[in-house]
Design a protein around this ligand. Sequence first.
Ligand SMILES: C[S@@+](CC[C@H](N)C(=O)[O-])C[C@H]1O[C@@H](n2cnc3c(N)ncnc32)[C@H](O)[C@@H]1O
Length: 469
Amino acid sequence: MSVKQRKKLIEVALPLEAINNEAARRKRKAPAGYPTTLHKWWAQRPLAAARAVIFAQMVDDPSAYTDELLFDPMKRRAAQRELETMLAEHKAKKALAKASVLAEPEPTLEEAAASIERKRLFEIIEELVKWENTTNEGVLQRARDEIWRSWRRACADNRDHPEAAELFNPEKLPAFHDPFAGGGSLPLEAQRLGLEAYASDLNPVAVLINKAMIEIPPKFAGMPPVNPGSRRGRGSMATRWKGASGLAEDVRYYGKWMRDEAEKRIGHLYPKVAITAEMAAGRPDLKPYVGRELTVIAWLWARTVKSPNPAFRAVDVPLASTFVLSTTPGREAYVEPVIEGTGYRFIVQAGRPSPDAKNGTKLSRGANFRCLMSNSPISGDYIKAEGRAGRMDIRLMAIVAEGDRNRLYISIHLRNWRPLRSEYSQSGSRTLPLRRIHAHYGRQPTVSRRSQTCSPTGSLSPWRRSPTW
Ligand SMILES: C[S@@+](CC[C@H](N)C(=O)[O-])C[C@H]1O[C@@H](n2cnc3c(N)ncnc32)[C@H](O)[C@@H]1O
């Protein structure tokens, strides 16, 4: 026996402008606590779009229940008034069409009633997609009520279906399953709209994200936090823990505890960088940080080979595909190599990089570079031979540190790096060869081939507050 189905709103119309605007706004900058900030997932659907699409799939299009609408005397009268306007518009259109035949038939009372009702559903969607309403129970409940209304209609339509007891239970909404859930936008929004949501994915990271968003929080819904800090401060049991706010409180507490413990045990392997007045000279962006120790996000390295020019044979010259560090407008930064006698050092400059900086020491496509000291070409074959001979090394170009709201690019000032400083002064060299860094940090920094960045940290950044969702 076939299932009786009414046309759904999504098959007829959607308030696309409102949905698109909200989706675009959030795509540009997700607010703190937005699930996107939990873990970046490629192709994650904007929550506004996911919420609207699920709602519009679940509710009937008003053209599918005009009998119900016209049965209500108030709605019938409103439809009659609407019809008069629609007929006037139709007449005007017909007059404009003149000789050409207007193919559109005259509007009917049913269409007038559906049009009013559709506007009402659009208003629900327009409110529903706003980020500010993500946890607004009033707005969400209005949407859930509409879904229930359509579902009960479907159950009534199919009450004679042989499996009606299982498939069309008017007391239980159908479950939602997204087998390619990725970042979890769809199951999360389905759950918010009152559906029992299931998610799966081939990728275990996606599974973890979905567990954290849709599986674990409901298990603790309405429960108070258990951490000692909240217990002490709670006093009475009067505080009501809405949704997963109790769980969120615990995650913040124990997350901070874990971060602090990790910092105690391995923090010494992740030295901070102290900003001195000397470092801030000529760097207005660093001035507000003088006297502070900042967390290092990344160390930027250049691979080096011995110069092919016999006059500079002892110099490890950088193979840098670019010296540009940041192209963010207003925060541009680049590395300037400064040649001093028989060596060189890198200085980070804030401001627009020169066109030369873009290419670093690269000459053309492929592995062709130039010697920083002599401009002699360095061919791919030479680099390979140097590598085989064990003469390739790496050299620190700059440090990326975490500022208050942005990244800061900092020159290498060894006096701020205690462990490296002693090594540096012993070596009497301006380079920091890889093997000496290993000796200090106990492991080889991983250098990405493309960007030449090395992240020793995993960045022990402060635990951030996030609202519940
Ligand atoms: C376009 S993404 C989904 C994005 C998701 N709708 C969101 O809003 O984040 C597609 C997902 O399908 C998953 N996938 C691809 N092939 C799969 C398969 N055979 N079985 C399960 N998941 C698969 C991928 O791992 C990826 O997470």
